[in-house]
Design a protein around this ligand. Structure first.
Ligand code: C2O
Ligand code: CU
Ligand code: CU
Length: 486
């Protein structure tokens, strides 16, 4: 549905027993649940968000460059029963973006409940690629992959134990655009998939199979749109909140299954006593009738697969006669600008650590909502150095407000090292515009940032944004910081 057609977004609980929730878009008469939004670069959004949940909420458009007031980062949550107007213009590159709640302490529970929607932004370059691939209608798909705990055919409510708060909440089944056992019909030729990892915490090592055989594919784009040139691959890491855009030639095949391959997730942190206890949580009930934060200290092993376990995601059923071979992939697919690195400035160093009492920390500090960790100048170009401790976990670190480029990785071990096929220790996805980057245990990652904001009057004055881990249990566990652009 076109972004511009939405007049009102109702955030509601659809199942109070299991705590399932949904976004309902009101188009001024017609109402659509679980809306998928499409827009062209330059389109505007102007809608009222109505919170009908028993908890505060916000809507954050993940990946878009918005003002602090529109970013939905939880500085001003919408109280139960209250409304807020959202009004902005899309200034980002074409790509797959998404929207989800971001109220401090409730993000994991609300996203898990089903509050996550996709926003597909297109432009001329993006349309040109579809033409070059001779994509037939139905062969371009946008998919949000989440995982849930399913027992006897029914979803289990969100009730994380201390172990879940440490490692993240993992399910045992994949939900694709909200459906279990998802299957999509496609026609012979190229298929273009834009895929979001909407899991609370699970990393996906995405691959495709035809029976037992691996099906090669091409990486076209990442979080912030198309790469300069496609890269041929057989597997790609997609961590929580990351997106990939891929092309698969399905000609001559009947069925292709998408899986997350087994890998060592390098969860090196152990033994913390973390409780999912954010101060604001005490004032509001959980979404499900079942108590959130059950005192259990062990995990319900019947209904979860640990991070890194193989997981079936969805299937593509190929129909239609095998025609002529699909057209070749263009060598150049976008005019991706070079990373704007500050030549001489010293990098800004940020350390990721684990403390058995306090949990996961950025620069030894749990999140302080009223503090600004540091400020950057408007238009400044900086290099950030994110260093993860060896006793840690992979942290998908997400920056609000700006896309960035990955310059270099060092100290990478395990499965990521095996896939670091690009220059400077980088993974194939590091070549695109990113808003979320995984930092593996023991690894240091250097990012190039450009803090240029739109000239628009709305962006005048100080703008506060966030940097946080997008493992949502870590996010709610205070692995966040605020920074300001002056
Ligand atoms: Cu997808 Cu701060 O969020
Ligand atoms: Cu975000
Ligand atoms: Cu984390």
């Amino acid at each position: 549905m076109p972004l511009g057609a939405v007049r009102r977004v109702i955030v509601e609980r659809s199942d109070p027993v299991l705590g399932r929730c949904r976004y309902v878009a009101d188009l001024g008469g017609e109402r659509v649940a679980y809306p998928m939004l499409v827009a062209r670069r330059g389109d505007r959004f102007d809608a009222i968000v109505e919170n009908r949940l028993p908890q505060p909420t916000t809507i954050h458009f993940h990946g878009l460059t918005l003002t602090e007031g529109q970013d939905g980062a939880g500085f001003e949550a919408i109280a139960p029963g209250a409304s807020k107007t959202l009004r902005f213009e899309i200034r980002n590159r074409a790509g797959l973006y998404w929207f989800h709640p971001h109220p401090h302490g409730f993000t994991a529970e609300q996203v898990h409940a089903g509050l996550a929607g996709l926003l597909v932004v297109t432009d001329a370059e993006d349309a040109e690629l579809d033409t070059a691939l001779a994509l037939v209608p139905g062969n371009r798909l946008a998919l949000a992959v989440a995982d849930a705990r399913v027992e006897l055919g029914s979803l289990r409510p969100y009730a994380p134990s201390a172990e879940d708060c440490l490692h993240g909440w993992f399910g045992n089944r994949a939900l694709v655009n909200g459906a279990l056992d998802a299957q999509a019909p496609v026609s012979n030729g190229w298929v273009r998939l834009q895929l979001l990892n909407a899991c609370n915490a699970r990393g996906l090592l995405l691959a495709f199979r035809d029976g037992e055989a691996s099906v090669p594919f091409h990486l076209l784009g990442t979080d912030g749109g198309l790469l300069a040139a496609p890269i041929a691959l057989e597997q790609v890491f997609v961590y929580s909140a990351e997106r990939v855009d891929v092309a698969i030639d399905v000609a001559g095949r009947r069925e292709i299954s998408a899986v997350s391959l087994a890998f060592d997730p390098r969860h090196q942190a152990r033994g913390g006593r973390l409780a999912h206890r954010h101060p604001t949580r005490e004032h509001y009930p959980p979404l499900a009738a079942e108590k959130v934060c059950a005192p259990a200290t062990t995990r319900d092993t019947a209904v979860f697969l640990p991070d890194g376990a193989e997981l079936a995601l969805f299937r593509l059923g190929v129909t239609g006669a095998r025609g002529s071979a699909p057209p070749p992939l263009p060598a150049q697919i976008s005019t991706l600008p070079e990373a704007a690195a500050a030549a001489d400035a010293a990098p800004r160093r940020l350390r990721l650590d684990f403390d058995e009492r306090l949990g996961f920390l950025i620069d030894q500090t749990p999140y302080q909502m009223d503090q600004i960790a540091f400020s950057v100048g408007r238009g400044a170009r900086e290099v950030w150095e994110l260093r993860n401790s060896p006793i840690s976990m992979p942290h998908p670190m997400h920056l609000h407000g700006f896309g960035f480029r990955v310059l270099r990785r060092q100290g990478t071990f395990g499965p990521a090292r095996r896939l670091a096929s690009q220059s400077s220790g980088r993974l194939p996805t590091d070549l695109g515009v990113k808003d979320t980057v995984v930092v593996w245990p023991n690894e240091t990652v250097w990012l190039a940032l450009d803090f240029t904001l739109p000239e628009d009057a709305a962006f005048r004055g100080r703008q506060r944004y966030m940097l946080h881990c997008h493992n949502l249990e870590h996010e709610d566990g205070m692995m966040m910081l605020n920074y300001a652009v002056l």
